[in-house]
Design a binder for this molecule. Sequence first.
Ligand code: DGL
Length: 285
Amino acid sequence: MHSSGSPSPSAPLPSPDKQRQSIGIFDSGVGGLTVVSAVHRLLPREDIIYFGDTGRVPYGNKSPEMIIQYSLQISRFLISQGVKAVVVACNTATAHALSSLRASLSVPVMGVVVPGVEAALSATRNGRVGIIGTYGTIQSGAYQKALLARRPDVQLTAIPTPLLVPLIEEDWLTHAATHLVLAEYLSPIQAARCDSLVLACTHYPLAKGVIGSIMGEDVTLVDSADNMARDLARRLETDNLLRPAEDIHTGRIRLHVSDLPTQFATLARRFLGVRVGAIDKVVLD
Ligand code: DGL
């Protein structure tokens, strides 16, 4: 089966029906909705099918084998819904499972690491880059490897920041406790005089305000959601997979989850930035 992050040069032109298919996006839970929101803003005519693995979140502290298994299962569900591309809107899943997904799926599969890495390298002026993410993402070394492969002289400070996801889900964005936790986490990045900081977790764009207030305005915060959306748009255009230009259509967002916790709709609204419609609970095979 063909598939990869880069387009196949000899691929036949996709039919309009193919171009009208949805974009599949998944994450361990609600965080990937920051990517959905960025994709919807940039490609407002595209339909999106989202899967949040709310029954098995968090991924950040699970083994690579488990993350690969979950990611394959979710991608197969998205393919069964007829998606034209799969976006792994989870840094932990991208770090562990992207190559396995590309090896077994026949549609383009995009992850959040490369767009973030490229944005960080264009932002840095002094070659000192900070990275914050879950234990899984930081320990996988995926960001570090991708940054060093492109620019071997870059100086990296990578810090796992596991307490951030629960604080953001609690909506404690302006709480003194969040400021205290972040000040502690970010101090090695400040000490290393990094001038760009990769927010290597789907939740973190929501905490940009407090992170920015600690790091100061001279440090560029690299938001994986916006960069992912731009990368996806470029890839769909290259592969002729964008919805036909003549279609008058407002993209629909369909949400699926593996469990429906009480607060999910409220949380989803906060992450997506708009009110969410029906949320379907799906039992994966
Ligand atoms: N979505 C995950 C990520 O971007 C964070 C939440 C989790 O640990 O599952 O790494």
